[in-house]
Design a protein around this ligand. Structure first.
Ligand SMILES: Cc1cc2nc3c(=O)[nH]c(=O)nc-3n(C[C@H](O)[C@H](O)[C@H](O)COP(=O)(O)OP(=O)(O)OC[C@H]3O[C@@H](n4cnc5c(N)ncnc54)[C@H](O)[C@@H]3O)c2cc1C
Length: 512
């Protein structure tokens, strides 16, 4: 490595933005609108972060599927400022649960649930529900006990256990019950089944689902590719393949960010730093370094990682759903997107692209599996599920996404607080924003909103951006929509640290 060369910038105005995902680009764009130049440093070679559109051989697909839905008007307005209305599609939402070779309508409908479960199994569910009323599990402090107590162990095993464990990678007995209590509230998958199989029961009111959502016609990345153009047109710079490696600070302030562009180090002096890089990494690149207890807090933050296997198939191999939840325990795949159902602009020539989603830990067996083996695994699992003929797969691609989910373990809040306190005292002009930037289970809208408020703070306002997604008005009322990503998918369970560590130790034993 060469010595860092200072970039030519105006020290008084320059804001350095770390990351060109939704939060970083929003910050740069909002700054630009107010006449403030910025330099955006992006480690990757595409913009959009987790909300990018991956592109392989002309096929565009999401990391997961990205619905554009928000209750924050300022974000809604910004989406439409960045992309003209004609670039948005309004998509109907359809997603079903796949279990035991059957598709369960979601929300569950009595006739469909009865048909799929069969009279015998439906009867067993009712009996197990009745049993749970008489003899509820003693320990209801965990997800398994809490859900089984309310709906019976049979419904719990059918509709909750496997998917939840796939997503979080720990046994459901390790997930604390308050998440279930918060999420399940007055509607759950299981109460819907109960309502379905016990039609005359005093039914719980069913919260409406988000029935439709907006989607840029070429995928979420289209929003961020356009935003990058706007940011550059404002006179700011977006530097790709440029990873922030050091944040120099002195006398309570950051003075420069050092970044590495393909082996060349450059120093970017700064008046402020808006950082959407993981807050754990941010604290570790401070120079002078943070004290050991702060380092330990940074090391204490955990993540769940994600990879998607995209398979190009004939159109008829697809399904009408945007995605299906795969509850079947015999496969690793957790969810399958059909990108043809998201947007006709994403697919071509009578073919569609299915996105098989695997929830993993970085470094585990699936994560380290060569791409071609993952493609073969995806094909095998489609076959095992009876969903598609593997011989019809024309092409397959793999995209890995580290740190897809910030984990809420029982120490994360205290750890984040240590990091925040240190930043406030030692680098007050470094502003963490976004999802991993703040270690918050934010969707795009809240990630963007933290960036918008941060820009106002840089210009003199005093918003508490840590309250975004905490204040009632930001809460998603439809939190009980479904397992893992219900509502807009911004609540996550608290998982004890010990369980996370045990799951991490099992790396290498995960897999097909
Ligand atoms: C499976 C899945 C499904 C989702 N579905 C939805 C959905 O339906 N709707 C929705 O609104 N949201 C959804 N989300 C959430 C959404 O993806 C995130 O909220 C959003 O992308 C967060 O934006 P961000 O800018 O904070 O962070 P990121 O998207 O993580 O972007 C951070 C950027 O910083 C860069 N970076 C990191 N470190 C450095 C460094 N040292 N130097 C320079 N650059 C760096 C990264 O490369 C990245 O580009 C989903 C997320 C997942 C995982």
């Amino acid at each position: 490595m060469t010595t860092a060369e200072p970039a030519e910038v105006d020290r008084d105005t320059e804001v350095v933005v770390i990351g060109a995902g939704p939060a970083g680009l929003t910050a740069a764009y909002e700054l630009g609108k107010r006449g403030r130049a910025s330099t955006v440093l992006e480690a990757d070679d595409v913009v959009g972060g987790i909300s990018r559109s991956a592109e392989r051989d002309g096929w565009r697909f999401d990391i997961g599927g990205h619905r554009f839905f928000t209750k924050v008007q300022a974000v809604e307005d910004l989406w439409h400022e960045i992309l003209p209305d004609e670039d948005f599609l309004l998509r109907p939402r359809m997603s079903r649960i796949y279990y035991n070779g059957k598709f369960f309508d979601y929300p569950l409908k009595a006739s469909n649930a009865l048909k799929n479960l069969g009279v015998l199994e439906a009867g067993r569910c009712v009996l197990s529900y009745a049993w749970a009323r008489v003899r509820p599990p003693k320990d209801q402090t965990n997800f398994e006990g809490w859900v089984s107590a309310r709906f019976g162990s049979r419904l719990y095993r059918t509709f909750f256990k496997t998917y939840t464990e796939k997503v979080w990678g720990v046994p459901a007995t390790e997930i604390q019950a308050d998440w279930a209590a918060q999420r399940i509230k007055n509607l759950s998958l299981a109460s819907a089944v109960l309502n379905a199989v016990l039609p005359k029961r005093n039914q719980t009111e069913i919260t409406t689902l988000i029935e439709e959502f907006q989607y840029p016609k070429y995928g979420p990345g289209m929003m961020w590719e356009r935003c990058r153009e706007l940011v550059e047109a404002q006179g700011s710079k977006v530097l790709m393949r440029t990873a922030a490696t050091t944040v120099r600070h002195e006398a309570g302030h950051a003075v420069a960010v050092v970044a590495d562009t393909e082996g060349v180090r450059t120093e970017y002096p700064c008046s402020h730093v808006v950082s959407s890089m993981p807050i754990s990494t941010l604290l570790k690149v401070m120079d002078p370094p943070v004290p050991p207890e702060v380092q330990a807090a940074a090391d204490g933050l955990a993540y769940r990682d994600f990879l998607t296997v995209a398979l190009v198939m004939p159109e008829e191999a697809g399904f009408p759903d945007n995605w299906i939840y795969v509850h079947s325990p015999e496969v690793n795949v957790g969810r399958i997107q059909n990108f043809g159902s998201w947007s006709p602009y994403l697919v071509k020539d009578g073919r569609t692209c299915l996105g098989l989603e695997y929830f993993v830990f970085e470094g585990d067996r699936l994560w380290t599996m060569p791409d071609h083996e993952l493609v073969e695994l995806g094909k095998r699992e489609l076959h095992k599920l009876g969903l598609a003929d593997p011989a019809k797969v024309e092409a397959g691609y793999v995209v890995r996404c580290p740190k897809a989910y910030p984990v809420y373990d029982d120490t994360y809040k205290a750890n984040v607080q240590v990091l925040r306190d240190w930043l406030e005292a030692n680098a007050a002009n470094v502003h963490p924003v976004g999802r991993n930037g703040m270690h918050k289970y934010n969707n795009q809208d809240h990630s963007m909103y933290t960036a918008m408020l941060t820009v106002e703070n840089i210009l003199g306002a005093h918003h508490d951006i840590w309250q975004v997604n905490v204040e009632a008005e930001y809460h998603e009322e439809k939190a009980a929509e479904g397992p893992e990503d219900g509502g807009t998918g911004r609540d996550a369970p608290v998982i004890p640290r010990a369980a996370m560590s045990a799951a991490n130790e099992k790396r290498g034993r995960v897999g097909a």
